[in-house]
Write a protein that binds this ligand. Structure first.
Ligand code: GLA
Length: 391
């Protein structure tokens, strides 16, 4: 937890909303996914971890039915107001559609807020980096609401509430991975999650002599939501076609061998290739966790690379920016593994890099990226943090 961020968000609250003796500070983390990409809406496995960067919030209950929001992340930011009596109109209100969506999702579950609240936020996840700033904001809001109103919901419920609001209020059909990783994060552990039934296990990540390094493409103008939803629809259609010949609930139920046996049931080439990614990526995730448990980091890194190649060639969600970062990383001997992370189409890669190669990695990959793409990538060494908390 960053004490400075905490002090800043409390100060920001006071400046904008005035002094309030009941104000409290909160934090919810962003996440990085180590492997298992685009498997979470296919009933497959994922392997993310929460980060020590995320969204800080300061909040207090009000005496009326107003909600007021302020973000310290934008220049010329202003207070945005909403009302508990008209949640729907916030759907088009920019970033406040996320916290209001969470209030809406609580109400759908029967948890009605009697009063509104004031909330100031300040995040240290780079904007649009694909490290789940939106999921961390959803989990933060859910956590704050639980704390202020005493609702009886678990952290896992907070993840589901966040996903529900993102799907039904914000129009992105995301899976459960991001919200789950943020709500259930555990320091120094990744979460091995089976998205078909939400059973999970923590796996200690003790990278002796290596670090997790994130490289941000800094790519602007993403059309992520529509492309993302299109991938998801292709998988759903492929699943329907497969269900005519084999008894499965999700693509994650198939082994690669079973997929090869039944794949002709999928009538369209493109859809077949997308479904192939989902099935093989799930297998890679199972294999990667096994390798990690056996202490075989080399194998883990090799699977990260195969994951990227599949996301590039079969799932088609990388693009020249992410490909350049990953492909340049693979050339460096001290890089154990490197791949895109998150939804794709921009955002970040995640790499496991030996301590002594971190500087070389940043320098060489950074230079090659600038030469090819024309602007800089940004690099961060990250740590695995815990879930949401009152701070
Ligand atoms: C985004 C979504 C997640 C997941 C990833 C891809 O981050 O929010 O649910 O589908 O993309 O693995």
């Amino acid at each position: 937890m960053d004490q400075k961020m905490k002090a800043d968000v409390l100060e920001g609250f006071e400046k904008v909303f005035g002094k309030n003796d009941n104000v409290k500070a909160y934090f919810a983390p962003g996440r990085v996914n180590l492997i298992g990409e685009h498997t979470d809406y296919n009933g497959g496995h994922v392997f993310p971890c929460a980060l020590t960067i995320g969204t800080y919030g300061a909040a207090a209950k009000r005496d009326d039915r107003k909600m007021r929001f302020f973000s310290m992340n934008f220049e010329n930011s202003r207070v945005i107001e909403a009302s508990l009596d008209d949640l729907e109109s916030s759907k088009t209100a920019g970033w406040t559609a996320y916290p209001v969506g969470v209030v809406w999702a609580f109400e759908k579950r029967g948890f009605k807020l009697d009063k509104g609240f004031d909330m100031c936020i300040f995040g240290n996840i780079p904007n649009g980096s694909g490290l789940s700033s939106s999921a961390s904001l959803e989990v933060l809001t859910g956590f704050i609401i639980r704390d202020l109103f005493g609702f009886d919901v678990t952290n896992q419920d907070l993840a589901l509430i966040g996903q529900y609001s993102e799907n039904n209020f914000n129009g992105c059909n995301c899976g459960i991975m991001d919200q789950f990783a943020s709500a259930m994060g555990k320091e120094n552990n990744a979460i091995f999650l089976d998205t078909s039934d939400l059973s999970f296990e923590y796996a200690p990540i003790t990278l002796k002599g290596a670090k997790i390094v994130i490289a941000n493409t800094n790519k602007k103008h993403k059309l992520t939501d529509s492309q993302y939803n299109a991938r998801r629809s292709a998988c759903e259609k492929a699943l329907e076609e497969l269900q005519a010949v084999v008894d499965i609930k999700g693509l994650g139920d198939l082994t690669p061998e079973e997929f090869e046996k039944h794949k002709d049931a999928i009538k369209d080439d493109d859809r077949r290739t997308k479904a192939k990614h989902a099935v093989y990526e799930n297998q890679r995730t199972l294999d990667a966790v096994k390798a990690l448990k056996a202490g075989d980091l080399e194998k883990f890194g090799q699977l990260m690379k195969e994951s990227h190649i599949s996301l590039r060639d079969d799932y088609d969600v990388t693009g020249i920016e992410l490909d350049t970062l990953a492909e340049e990383a693979w050339k460096i001997p001290g890089v154990i593994g490197s791949r895109m992370t998150g939804g794709g189409f921009g955002g970040c890669t995640v790499s496991i890099v030996k301590d002594e190669a971190v500087e070389e990695f940043k320098e060489k990959v950074g230079k090659a990226y600038k030469d090819k793409i024309g602007y800089d990538a940004t690099f961060y060494t990250v740590e695995i943090g815990s879930g949401p908390a009152v701070i």
